[in-house]
Design a protein around this ligand. Structure first.
Ligand code: HEM
Ligand code: HEM
Length: 442
């Protein structure tokens, strides 16, 4: 039976499902690895290996179940994840006695790792019972938004990792950049990543994964997307992530240098403040790309409703005040200034947020996405206020060794991450209110 053309994700977006699966599996593996190796957790190696194997198998299983691609799809997803993981393989295979060189067995490890990843993906796919095949498979229908969501999720993980670097005062734990203590960053030995160096260096590695994901998303949009403004937005996101990486590096060294001599590198606190803000703006951009990629966005037609203009304007006010608030938060975190302004603007965000959320929940029942965003906004704001007050208490605590207290790192990082989720909610509220609601006069 011929497949109706509207059943598939846009026909031009072919291949998005595999990108979503390969990158998604990789992001899951990096999350598992990051948590398992976290100082204080240090999960046993066998547990970490078992979890990584499960991730690869699960990626393959999804290729069989949701992409309907069978064993070949599982193999391809596994191979892609394996190839992306070469970004971290170098840290495991580098020699500690001779910087920037690999152990001789690396010649076998790299192809062996690729083979193993592909095989695990294929096994996962064999075990799956497909929900549908061809253009009707769920991931064939929603491949592009899933890939864009994976990219946004990877960015969120990076924001959390960045918050941990700042919270644990590990921003200068590695004093040089783009090298790490003279090593190429992809060959810095895992055994040397302890304490603050772990937080800082892993943040850099995660930054490179997010950079690569953004590059592939931008190229994929460029090749397959018919809306030129969305292609341009993908390209804009790529520029933003490059600038973000440069800001992060220059925060450490103050200027471009390959030296790791502390008397030559000069940290720059203001770049840390800006890096904190642009990180959030970049995350908001990735969330917007994911929304624009959905079928719902392409197919939605605006409905004329009373009070649409008010909803749309309120959403813009929430977003605008949140950006100001995030910037003041970054200033507060890095320079200890702007506490009063941060608390004042918090009240403003709360006022606009409650007004918008109650309108979306009570008056837009027929638009499930708007209602959900209203609920998200209310819960997010309540949590954020509780965390904000908790942050006031814990931020001056010190650990027995004189460094920041664990409670301080945890509370302030969750406060920052919730700020990012609120920003994402506000971006979606602005976009969807504009897409779904049309003012009477328009
Ligand atoms: C590529 C995307 C990147 C994103 C989205 C990102 C995001 C972030 C975020 C949100 C923070 C927390 C800032 C705050 O608490 O105000 C942070 C901290 C930090 N990031 Fe990045 N980052 C990226 C790449 C990099 C790179 C490539 C480096 C290279 C060295 C880097 C170095 C740092 C440092 C040193 C800090 C700690 C700043 C401090 O404590 O003063 N980042 N990052
Ligand atoms: C809408 C509400 C709020 C939002 C969106 C928000 C957002 C943020 C963000 C994103 C940061 C970290 C910025 C960065 O490092 O880049 C931050 C820091 C901070 N916020 Fe908020 N905040 C809100 C409300 C509050 C409230 C009500 C309080 C206290 C009463 C508060 C207290 C703090 C404190 C003390 C810090 C600095 C934490 C540290 O020293 O590491 N915030 N805020």
């Amino acid at each position: 039976m011929p497949t109706p053309s509207h059943a598939a994700d846009h026909p031009y977006h072919r291949g998005s499902d595999l990108l979503a699966l390969g990158f998604g599996t990789t992001v899951a593996m990096w999350t598992v690895g990051y948590v398992c190796r976290f100082p204080g957790i240090n999960a046993p190696a066998w547990l970490l290996m078992a979890l990584l194997v499960i991730c690869l198998g699960a990626g393959g299983w999804m290729a069989g179940r949701f992409a309907g691609r069978g064993i070949m799809g599982g193999l391809q997803a596994g191979l892609l994840a394996g190839a992306l993981n070469i970004l971290v393989l170098g840290s495991l295979l580098s020699r500690t006695d001779a910087p920037n060189s690999l152990v001789p067995s690396a010649v076998w490890w790299v192809p062996g790792w690729l083979l193993l990843s592909g095989l695990l993906g294929a096994v996962g796919a064999v075990l799956a019972r497909p929900r549908a095949t061809g253009a009707d498979a769920p991931l064939a229908r929603h491949g592009l938004p899933t890939f864009a969501t994976v990219a946004a999720a990877a960015t969120f993980l990076l924001l959390v990792a960045g918050g941990i670097v700042t919270g644990s005062q590990a921003g200068l734990a590695v004093t040089d950049w783009p090298n790490s203590y003279g090593y190429n960053m992809f060959l810095y030995p895992l055994s040397r990543m302890t304490g603050g160096i772990y937080y800082e260096h892993v943040h850099r590695l995660l930054g490179s994964l997010v950079g690569l994901t953004t590059l592939v998303l931008a190229v994929h949009l460029w090749r397959t997307e018919e809306r030129s403004w969305l292609r341009n937005l993908g390209f804009g996101a790529l520029i933003l992530v490059i600038v973000q990486g440069l800001l992060g590096g220059l925060r450490v060294t103050g200027h471009f240098t390959l030296s790791d001599d502390p008397s030559i590198t000069r940290p720059n606190l203001w770049l840390a403040v800006i890096h904190g803000v642009t990180g959030q703006v970049f995350f908001g951009t990735m969330v917007a790309i994911a929304a624009f990629s959905t079928r719902r966005w392409r197919e939605a037609v605006g409905t004329v409703v009373g009070g649409a203009a008010l909803d749309r304007n309120l959403a813009v006010l929430v977003l605008g005040s949140l950006v100001v608030q995030l910037s003041l938060g970054s200033l507060l975190r890095h320079t200890d200034g702007a506490l009063h302004a941060h608390i004042t603007v918090a009240v403003l965000v709360l006022g606009f947020g409650i007004a918008l959320a109650s309108r979306l929940i009570l008056r837009r029942r027929e638009f499930p996405e708007l209602r959900r965003l209203g609920h998200g906004l209310l819960h997010g704001l309540a949590l954020q206020f509780a965390l904000g007050f908790a942050a006031l208490f814990v931020r001056n605590l010190t650990a027995p060794d004189g460094g920041p207290h664990a409670a301080d790192v945890i509370v302030t990082t969750i406060h920052q991450a919730t700020g990012a989720l609120l920003l994402a909610t506000a971006v979606l509220a602005v976009l969807w209110s504009r897409r779904l609601l049309r003012p009477e006069s328009a």
